[in-house]
Design a binder for this molecule. Structure first.
Ligand code: MEV
Length: 317
């Protein structure tokens, strides 16, 4: 094969981010309408030394090109070793996509997954979910320190999932609702956020245990609310979870304004999602309020918004 291709989508964390790093459960959703594609080929340019070049298209990608490439480079080295590609052929990988970077939407994991799938496709080889996960985690661990793995699984999932300690299962979904996702327009570094929380836990005895316990309780209650078809209960749990992340120093003024605006416009719940320190707000909303919520989020500073319907994700599973 002269070109291999791979694709992966964005993800949203409903509840459980950060606590999942310490072994707590996290509820996450795939976001099929935002994705990244990768195309891989052996270089046709003469004189390239054996290695890999990444070309990322789209201006937003430029900022993080070097940082992202480091993780991707590591996974490519592991891929070469596992496939026994020890010849002098150079790999060219082109990455393009619609997931904005550093917004808690899983761009780095999606990028890594798309590259893994493209590399195996190039070699005409099937790849197991386990191997894909491990290679994505190789890149994630370079970029994020120690990643829980929730992003690596969700960017390839076709249904909502409950993730804990490396294992994922599909939760029961008994209700319909819309998620309005609003981008604050500010990049947040997941690594910085994870390090910040860890440092604060280190300085204040007992805070890690309390955070993990409270976060786990909220996530478990949310799983029950989702199964029982109680969107209002799910919404309040999301807002409560936002409080935990805000108290952990992971919100920003713009995010606070956006969460407030979504709630004032009638959202059932709203929170920051993903790593934090910027990124996106996730608002759970009845369909008839979606227009108003979206408008208020824009007024509060959202740079762009998307609608993710829960029901569609479930019926497509
Ligand atoms: C990032 O999407 C989720 C975090 O919990 C980090 C992780 O799980 O590795 C903040």
């Amino acid at each position: 094969r002269s070109v291999g291709t791979g694709r992966a989508h964005a993800k949203l964390i409903l509840l459980g981010e950060h606590a999942v790093v310490y072994g707590a459960p996290a509820l996450a959703l795939p976001v099929p309408q935002l994705s990244i594609t990768a195309s891989a080929g052996f270089s046709t340019r003469g004189g390239e030394p054996a290695g890999v070049s990444f070309t990322m298209t789209g201006s937003a990608w430029k900022q993080v090109e070097t940082q992202a490439s480091e993780g991707l480079r590591r996974l490519t080295t592991d891929f070469r070793a596992s496939m026994g590609i020890d010849d002098a052929r150079h790999l060219d990988v082109i990455i393009d996509g619609s997931i904005p970077l550093g917004r808690g939407l899983g761009s780095s994991a999606a990028c890594a997954r798309a590259v893994v799938l493209a590399l195996f496709d190039l070699c005409g080889r099937e790849v197991s979910e386990r191997t894909t996960f491990e290679l994505v985690q190789t890149a994630e661990n370079v970029m994020h320190g120690k990643a829980s793995g929730v992003d690596a699984v969700t960017v390839g999932a076709t249904a909502p999932l409950l993730f804990q300690a490396g294992e994922a299962r599909t939760p029961d979904v008994g209700c319909d609702a819309l998620f309005v996702v609003a981008d604050s327009g500010t990049v947040g570094s997941t690594k910085e956020a994870v390090d910040k929380l860890r440092e604060s836990f280190r300085r204040h005895a007992g805070t890690q245990e309390r955070f993990v316990r409270q976060a786990s309780d909220l996530t478990r209650e949310a799983v029950a609310a989702l199964a029982a078809g109680e969107p209002a209960a799910l919404g309040s749990l999301m807002t409560e979870y936002h409080g935990l992340l805000r108290d952990g120093g992971l919100s920003t003024d713009r995010i606070e304004a956006m969460v407030g605006a979504a709630l004032a416009a009638g959202s059932l719940g709203a929170k920051i999602t993903g790593g934090g320190l910027g990124g996106c707000v996730l608002a759970l909303t009845q369909p008839e309020r979606a227009r108003e919520v979206t408008q208020r989020l824009h007024e509060a500073g959202a740079a762009q918004t998307w609608i993710v319907p829960l029901r569609r994700l479930v019926t497509h599973a």
